[in-house]
Design a protein around this ligand. Structure first.
Ligand SMILES: NC(=O)c1ccc[n+]([C@@H]2O[C@H](COP(=O)([O-])OP(=O)(O)OC[C@H]3O[C@@H](n4cnc5c(N)ncnc54)[C@H](OP(=O)(O)O)[C@@H]3O)[C@@H](O)[C@H]2O)c1
Length: 403
């Protein structure tokens, strides 16, 4: 519990932590209590110093709650949009305090003095937040400076893996590119070398082969791998009995065994150097049972729990861990999985968000919509009900013969 609290409070000045806790308390304790339990007749809400009563107060409370929730989240993640948002909000509170004192708290000169006394602390807070621009959304240092020279990217011949490799190379990181389609890897390697002046190494492996991960480690023994991106993967949509068990076993090998072996063999070097990063491409598919993608969902759940556990174990080691959990992404995944084509996010955006989140959090769901549906659904509803809903979503992408 103490370690968790320390990890939540780390990386922010104390006064920002105090604001974050205040916002969270308002959003998740005070405002819900006001909204659900305070009788309408007694309800009061102040906006810019003007007091609302009764129904008007009640109706405005969700907006107040949303503002405080956004504040708590913004401080928690130190998002770039908090500047100047937080300073402007603090200024509105300062003005509101003055107006409220003048209108309701006292008369004459007393009201002005009281108003000024209430205004001053919030004016100081406004100034402090205005001057704190550099704290919010601070540009991250290039990955090569943070972690080291070489990255190993599995599944680099297409989709997210290729996007990971390009983003790493753009940040000056040399890349080991791994997949089965060698020609594609060679083409990408030339592109990275010419565009970003980094070194590359191509390793052609079918990682679903039981001995492939060990061969891959052997192939990079002379390199100091600073960043591991365990990304290679594929899906297989359809009823469990309609799927080829050999293909499913290879999926389990690729999604479960390979990330374990690669992380375990590369971690000692990272430990010795006191820095490094492990990125695992999971999926929101791993957040709940996923009928019609049953084995795929289970393996993605494995990756999530593995990554979150490593994130805790590696606290303070200088080694960052992130499980990236995209929803649908526009890559070759849907075709390979046998899904009916549907819209998805761009791989480049997922990767950009992943590298922004690396070092800040253990897992990243890459869109707000997916974050909401995963968290609201999975945390509030019974698991069997969520599994039925998930089946209905996947059914739309499943060819009729395999439903
Ligand atoms: N696209 C999505 O909607 C989505 C959503 C959530 C999570 N993900 C996850 O994102 C990861 C990347 O998928 P993607 O969307 O980029 O799909 P993709 O475009 O199909 O790319 C998959 C990559 O994995 C490689 N790969 C597959 N089987 C392999 C094997 N046996 N050995 C070595 N490499 C192998 C492929 O290379 P070769 O074929 O050349 O071997 C390819 O480079 C996967 O783990 C997937 O589960 C994807």
């Amino acid at each position: 519990m103490i370690d968790w609290l320390n990890s939540v409070l780390a990386g922010r000045p104390g006064w920002i932590n105090a604001l974050m806790i205040f916002c969270a308390t308002m959003a998740f304790v005070y405002v819900p209590w006001d909204f659900f339990f305070k009788p309408v007749a007694q309800d009061e809400e102040v906006w810019l110093g003007i007091m609302l009563h009764g129904v008007a107060a009640k109706l405005s409370e969700p907006l107040h709650g949303a503002i405080y929730a956004a504040g708590a989240y913004g401080f928690y993640r130190m998002r770039a949009w908090m500047w100047p948002w937080a300073a402007v909000y603090a200024a509105s509170v300062a003005i509101g305090m003055f107006v409220w004192c003048v209108l309701y708290a006292a008369d004459g000169i007393g009201a002005l003095l009281l108003g000024a006394a209430a205004f001053v602390p919030f004016a100081f807070l406004t100034r402090a937040l205005w001057c704190a621009e550099a704290l919010f959304g601070a540009a991250r240092a290039p990955l090569s400076h943070r972690y080291g020279e070489w990255a190993l990217v599995t599944g680099a011949s297409a989709g997210l893996g290729a996007a990971f490799a390009r983003a790493l190379a753009r940040d000056g990181v040399s890349c080991v590119l791994v997949a089965r389609r060698g020609e594609r890897l060679e083409t990408l390697a030339r592109e990275l070398e010419q565009s970003y002046r980094v070194a590359t190494r191509v390793v052609i492996e079918d990682l679903s082969d039981a001995a492939a991960a060990a061969r891959l480690i052997e192939a990079v023994r002379d390199l100091q791998i600073a960043i591991l991106v365990s990304n290679a993967g594929f899906g297989a949509v359809g009823r469990f009995e309609a799927l080829d068990v050999e293909r499913l076993s290879r999926m389990v090998q690729l999604h479960c065994t390979v990330p374990v072996v690669l992380a375990s063999r590369l971690l000692p070097g990272m430990r010795a150097r006191g820095r490094g990063a492990i990125v695992i491409t999971g999926s929101i598919a791993g957040r709940q049972a996923l009928p019609l993608h049953s084995v795929y969902g289970a393996t993605k759940g494995f990756e999530l729990l593995l990554g979150e556990a490593l994130w805790v174990e590696l606290q303070g080691s200088g080694i960052d861990v992130l499980v990236v959990e995209p929803g649908p992404v526009e890559t070759e995944f849907q075709r390979v999985s046998g899904e009916i084509a549907h819209a998805g996010q761009s791989a480049e955006i997922v990767v950009e968000r992943a590298f922004d989140a690396l070092g800040r959090q253990p897992a990243l769901i890459s869109t707000w919509f997916d974050w909401l549906r995963v968290n609201l659904g999975n945390r509030l509803l019974p698991r069997p009900l969520v599994a039925f809903v998930a089946r209905d979503v996947v059914r739309k992408w499943t060819p009729e013969t395999r439903r």
